[in-house]
Each structure stands twice: as structure tokens, then as C-alpha cells.
Design a protein around this ligand. Structure first.
Ligand SMILES: Cc1cc2nc3c(=O)[nH]c(=O)nc-3n(C[C@H](O)[C@H](O)[C@H](O)COP(=O)(O)OP(=O)(O)OC[C@H]3O[C@@H](n4cnc5c(N)ncnc54)[C@H](O)[C@@H]3O)c2cc1C
Length: 451
């Protein structure tokens, strides 16, 4: 997509905070731009006195009319507030909140100026969906095709986490795998063709129950929309393993998270698991049932620091699991598929090149619940609680109505949750898609209770 008026330039340094994300924002949304590294580009040295650059905040965007959009004072892509009791005010510093808001406004302004759809066309929708990952886009597709006026609000780019995966091997219907970007683009095109409106570069600022059972959603840029029902499909922000080769081999031996289906494919394989929390421990044990060898690589000095004792005991006594604490994966190698993982073992002062058929990265992720914390019930890790789980023995009641919550319904009647952000979800594309479709069926059921 060519921005209106001519080419745009994004200026920054390789290490400028936010430069990488701004490049990703533009390129994942198909906006053509030229990246100018102010330290490297010879034109900058010739044309710009060093002092001129000192007076602008990087990254900044130069538009064809000569105007400049400067980056926020501090780039803060996401903020995470630990889980609080229902209704409690989340503890977030005023500085962080300010930085987060400025970052959102920068993306919103940039999106608007390059011609992305950042503002809703209507004030009232049947369904408002937060997040355009596989869950949100599938909800949009089903809702729009079933005649509901549907709005999707996406902060970064359609496709979510799945859109960043080089190859998804386990999505039904693609025997040779499919690139995440391709899959995301197809679902996005299908949802918009069927009538869903998808905003990009827009984010939820705050939400509250409105009149007659509606929800009011305040979006970046100062617009407020009302919806009869909503779906939170905000996903999880996974920590990425920053080591050469890893990104290129995602889907070709490198996996984020682990599931029984991937474990089953590791029969007689040599496997490396990175991470030291319970999820890594459970994955290691599951993989060790079928793999030839499993090496757990953990940066901390001991697994006990963040893994439950029972898992540590089982891992330590398993004859096919080797544990390397005080160690890091520093490189992944392979041509078409992963073949070798380089491990720097600081505890033993060694660098090891280990043959590996699969690498599972499990170094943590945070649910993206900014805007709904302190309102919707979350579990101790911040995931949104839904359906029967709301009726558990919580310190304060989590469900306000006499009727039971529907499956996938959050503690706010009429607001449903789908995909990775939901407590107990499977964290896979196919399950996110399934929950996205299911949420729409439940919305019909919910709306019929209001008639
Ligand atoms: C590198 C990588 C590789 C993976 N590979 C595979 C694989 O091969 N197979 C597989 O099955 N799974 C894979 N997964 C997992 C899979 O991508 C996720 O399970 C899936 O994307 C979850 O979908 P989702 O829609 O719930 O959330 P997400 O994909 O996380 O999408 C959520 C979206 O919501 C947006 N958002 C968040 N907060 C807001 C807000 N306040 N306002 C507006 N928008 C917001 C985000 O920008 C994002 O686009 C992989 C994950 C990663 C990170």
C-alpha cells in the first residue's frame, strides 16, 4: 500500500526503542516506507547537520509534505498490571501510564496519516471485538456473515502472534504448512469481504457497561463506540528468544509453546526446551515420553526458583532428560530445518553445539489485558476467567447474575473471551479459531436472553 501523497521515511537508529516495532507496524500492514538509519545512511551525513537530529525524537516519520511525526518520549508497547481483585484499581505508575498512552497515540496518528482504517464508521455495533489475531478475526468472520454489524479493533496488525510465525505446521487443511502472514491475510480478507470492519492502529483505552445492557468502549483517538455484545481476543505477548537463527527457523523445528500434537511428532528426536517455569517442566516430561533426549536449558541457577517441586523431582530423575541451569541458547542452526542448537553453559564454562530436531521456547508471556484490568475477573497470572470458572470459590463473587455464565462469557455479562487471553485456553491457532467461532454462537444465545 502506498501512503497518500508519496513515499514516507522512518528515521531512527538500530537501537532506538520503538524503531523495530514501528517498522513492523508499517510492514505488517503493507505500508511502503523507507527506513533511514541515521548513523549509517550517507545522505543523512551530507544533508543533515548533527544538531538537527538532536532536536527530534526518534523514531520519527517524515511525510511527503515535509511534516514530521515524532515518536513518544518513551516507547512502551504494552503494559502489564498484575492480577488484582475484582474492582481494585490496578497499580501502574503515572509515568508508565503516560508512556503507554503516548505510544498508542503515536501509532494511531501514524496509522491515520498513512491511510489505515483507524476510526470506526459507526457509533453503534452489534459486536465489538478486541484483537485481530486468529480468534478475533474468526469471530469477525462468523459475526459479519451472520448479519451482525461487526467492529474489530486491532492495535498492531491483523494476524496477531500467528502472523509472525514463519511456518505453521499444525493448522488443519495445509499439509505442507502455511506461513502465519499468509494465513492471517486470508482470514482478514475473508472477514472484511463478509462485512466486518477492521480498525488497525486503534486500541481499547477503557470500557464500561453502558445503558440497556450495551458496553461502551473508548478507543484511541477519543472515539467511543457502543456494542450489544463484545469479544476480548487480545491474546498474549510472548517473550521472544533473541538468538541468531531462531526467528528464521520458527515452524521448521523451532516452536513457541508446546502441545501434545507437537510432542507426538518428536518420536526418537533430540529436543531442547528453553525455560525454567512449570510450563517448561510439563513440556519436558511430555516430550521425554517419546523423544530420544530432552535438554532443558534454563538461565536461572536452579530449577527450584520457578518450577514446582514435584516437577523438578520428576525431571531430575528422568533418564532421558538432561538439565542445564545457568545456561542459555545462543544460536539455532539449520538450512531448511533446525539441526543444531548452540548452548552457552556459564555454570560449567562451556559452549556446546547440541544436535537438535526441535527447540521449544517457553520463556513466558503476558496476557494483553490493558484496559480491562480491575474490571474483568482475571486469574493469578492475569488471564481472563470465563464460564463455569467464574463460579469457583473466589474471595469476592465473580458473577453478578442469577443465571449461570455461558461458556466463554467473562465476569461482565455479554462480554465473551476467545483465544490465548482466556484462562485455560490451549494457546494454539486452531483452538483460537475454534473459540472465536464458538463465541459468536454464544453471543446469539446471550442476545436471545435479552429479547
Ligand atoms: C513465534 C510464534 C510461533 C507460533 N507458532 C504456532 C504454530 O506453529 N502453531 C500453532 O498452533 N500456534 C502457534 N503459535 C501460537 C499461536 O500463534 C497463538 O496461539 C494464536 O495466535 C492465538 O491467537 P489469539 O487470536 O488468541 O491471539 P493473538 O494471536 O495473540 O492476537 C491478539 C491480537 O490482539 C491485539 N491486541 C492486544 N491487545 C489489544 C488491545 N487492547 N486493543 C486492540 N488490539 C489488541 C494484538 O495486537 C494481537 O494482534 C505461535 C506463537 C508464536 C509467538
Amino acid at each position: 500500500m502506498k501512503p497518500p501523497g508519496g513515499p514516507i521515511y522512518l528515521l531512527g537508529r538500530a537501537a532506538t526503542p520503538g524503531a523495530a516495532e514501528t517498522r513492523q507496524f508499517l510492514s505488517r500492514n503493507g505500508v511502503s516506507f523507507r527506513w533511514v538509519d541515521v548513523d549509517d545512511d550517507p545522505l543523512v551525513r551530507v544533508l543533515t547537520p548533527a544538531a538537527a537530529l538532536d532536536s527530534v525524537r526518534l523514531p520519527c516519520v517524515l511525510f511527503p509534505d515535509g511534516s514530521i511525526l515524532e515518536g513518544p518520549r518513551r516507547f512502551m508497547r504494552t503494559r502489564f498490571v498484575p492480577a488484582t481483585q475484582h474492582g481494585a484499581v490496578p497499580a501502574v505508575s503515572a509515568e508508565d501510564q503516560q508512556a503507554y498512552l503516548e505510544t498508542k497515540l503515536f501509532k494511531h496518528e501514524l496509522g491515520t496519516r498513512v491511510g489505515l482504517p483507524t476510526r470506526p464508521q459507526h457509533e453503534f455495533y452489534d459486536v465489538a471485538i478486541l484483537g485481530a489475531g486468529p480468534a478475533g478475526l474468526t469471530s469477525a468472520l462468523y459475526a459479519a456473515s451472520e448479519g451482525l454489524r461487526t467492529l474489530v479493533v486491532e492495535a498492531l496488525a491483523p494476524g496477531g502472534q500467528a502472523g509472525t510465525s514463519a511456518r505453521i505446521e499444525n493448522y488443519p487443511g495445509f499439509p505442507d504448512g502455511v506461513s502465519g502472514a499468509e494465513l492471517a491475510a486470508s482470514i482478514h480478507a475473508q472477514a472484511t469481504r463478509l462485512g466486518a470492519e477492521v480498525l488497525v492502529g486503534a486500541e481499547l483505552v477503557g470500557a464500561m457497561p453502558g445503558e440497556s445492557g450495551t458496553l461502551e468502549l473508548e478507543l484511541t483517538g477519543g472515539t467511543t463506540v457502543r456494542a450489544r455484545a463484545s469479544i476480548a481476543a487480545n491474546g498474549v505477548h510472548y517473550r521472544r528468544l533473541e538468538a541468531p537463527g531462531v526467528d528464521e527457523l520458527i515452524g521448521a523445528g523451532v516452536h513457541y509453546g508446546s502441545s501434545p500434537s507437537e510432542a507426538a511428532l518428536c518420536r526418537n528426536c533430540d529436543v531442547v526446551v528453553v525455560g525454567g517455569a512449570n510450563s517448561a517442566g510439563q513440556a519436558a516430561l511430555q516430550l521425554a515420553d517419546v523423544a530420544r533426549s530432552v535438554t532443558v536449558v534454563c538461565r536461572a541457577d536452579s530449577l527450584e526458583q520457578s518450577m514446582s517441586r514435584y516437577l523438578v523431582d520428576r525431571i531430575q530423575t528422568h533418564n532421558r532428560i538432561e538439565i542445564r541451569t545457568g545456561a542459555e541458547v545462543t544460536e539455532a542452526r539449520g538450512d531448511e530445518r533446525l539441526g543444531t542448537v548452540v548452548i552457552r553453559d556459564d555454570a560449567h564454562g562451556q559452549e556446546i553445539e547440541a544436535g537438535a530436531d526441535a527447540l521449544f521456547v517457553m520463556i513466558g508471556g503476558r496476557p494483553m489485558t490493558a484496559g480491562v484490568e480491575g474490571w474483568l475477573r482475571r486469574d493469578e497470572h492475569g488471564f481472563l476467567v470465563t464460564g463455569p470458572d467464574l463460579l469457583r470459590d473466589w474471595e469476592q463473587p465473580a458473577w453478578p447474575l442469577a443465571r449461570a455464565p455461558l461458556f466463554l462469557e467473562s465476569s461482565q455479562p455479554g462480554l465473551f473471551v476467545a483465544g490465548d487471553v482466556r484462562h485455560g485456553s490451549i494457546k494454539r491457532v486452531a483452538s483460537a479459531v475454534g473459540e472465536g467461532a464458538m463465541a459468536v454462537a454464544l453471543i446469539h444465545q446471550y442476545l436471545s436472553t435479552l429479547d
